[in-house]
Ligand binder design. Structure first.
Ligand code: ADP
Ligand code: MG
Length: 231
C-alpha cells in the first residue's frame, strides 16, 4: 500500500491529484480527487451522458485502457510525445495510476504548456516544439480528445550557461476517444482526419490563450493549481 495522504500533491487537474511516487522520483501517481467522487462527476454531466455506467466516469481506468491499446496496437515510437503508463497501485487514497513523470534537465517537474505560454509567451523554440508534436500526431494518428493546453507539458533542457531550450512536448492526459470506436479500429482516413482536427484545435487553443493574456484576462485555474516543480 502506497501512502500518499500525508504528502502534498505536486499538481491537480479537474479530476485527479498528482503525487510524486514516494518510491521512484521518475514516476507519478494519480488518484481521483477525494472532493469529487465518480458518482458526483456522473451527476454533474446531465442527460444523456449521466446514463452511462459509473466506470466510464473513472478517468484513471479510461486512461489505463487507452494506454494499453497504444502499447498493443501502435509502434513504440508513439511514446516519444506521450508519458508512459505503468499500471495501477493500491494507495491510501484509492487506486492510483502510475505514469512517467516528466521533468526538466534540472530535475524540476515540467510546466504545462498553458503555464509555459502564460509565463514565457510563444517563443520560436516553443512554436517549433508544437510543430513537432503536430507532425507526430499526424504521423501516428494518435487517438486523442482535444489537446488541451494543461494536458501537455513542456520538457526543457538547460545548457552550461543556464539557457533553456525545449526538448519536447509530452501529452500527459486526454488520450482516447469520446466516441464508441477505439482509435485503432477506425478506418485510416478517419483516423488521419481526426488527428488533423485535434492539431488544428491545438493551434486555436494556443491563439485563444495568447489573446486572453494580451487582453488582460485570467488564465483559468487548471494546469496551475498548486503546481510544485521542485520535488
Ligand atoms: N506525467 C506528468 N509529468 C509532469 N506533470 C504532470 C504529469 N501528469 C500530470 N501533470 C501535471 O498535473 C496536472 C494535472 O494532471 P492531469 O493528469 O491532467 O489531471 P486530470 O485528469 O485531473 O486533468 C497537469 O496539468 C500537469 O501540469
Ligand atoms: Mg488533465
Amino acid at each position: 500500500m502506497i501512502e500518499l495522504k500525508d504528502l502534498d500533491p505536486f499538481a491537480a487537474g479537474g479530476n485527479r491529484w498528482c503525487y510524486v511516487d514516494p518510491s521512484d522520483s521518475a514516476r507519478c501517481i494519480k488518484v481521483r480527487r477525494p472532493d469529487f467522487s465518480v458518482e458526483e462527476r456522473r451527476r454533474s454531466k446531465g442527460f444523456p451522458k449521466n446514463l452511462k455506467p459509473l466506470s466510464s466516469f473513472d478517468d484513471n481506468l479510461d486512461e489505463f485502457n487507452v494506454m494499453s491499446a497504444l502499447v498493443k496496437y501502435y509502434e513504440d515510437g508513439v511514446f516519444a510525445h506521450i508519458s508512459r503508463c505503468y499500471g495501477f497501485f493500491e494507495t491510501d487514497m484509492g487506486k492510483g495510476l502510475c505514469s512517467e513523470l516528466i521533468r526538466d534537465s534540472d530535475g524540476a517537474i515540467s510546466l504545462s504548456l498553458k503555464q509555459y505560454l502564460w509565463e514565457y509567451g510563444y517563443s520560436g523554440d516553443c512554436q517549433k516544439a508544437v510543430e513537432e508534436l503536430a507532425q507526430h500526431w499526424l504521423a501516428y494518428c494518435v487517438p486523442s480528445r482535444d489537446l488541451i493546453l494543461h494536458n501537455l507539458v513542456v520538457q526543457r533542457d538547460y545548457d552550461e550557461l543556464g539557457a533553456t531550450h525545449i526538448r519536447r512536448l509530452v501529452v500527459i492526459d486526454g488520450l482516447g476517444a469520446s466516441g464508441l470506436l477505439p482509435g485503432h479500429r477506425m478506418p485510416k482516413f478517419m483516423q488521419r482526419k481526426k488527428a488533423g482536427r485535434k492539431v488544428e484545435n491545438l493551434h486555436q487553443r494556443i491563439d485563444e490563450l495568447l489573446q486572453d493574456k494580451s487582453q488582460g484576462r485570467g488564465p483559468g485555474m487548471h494546469g496551475f493549481l498548486f503546481h510544485k516543480g521542485q520535488e
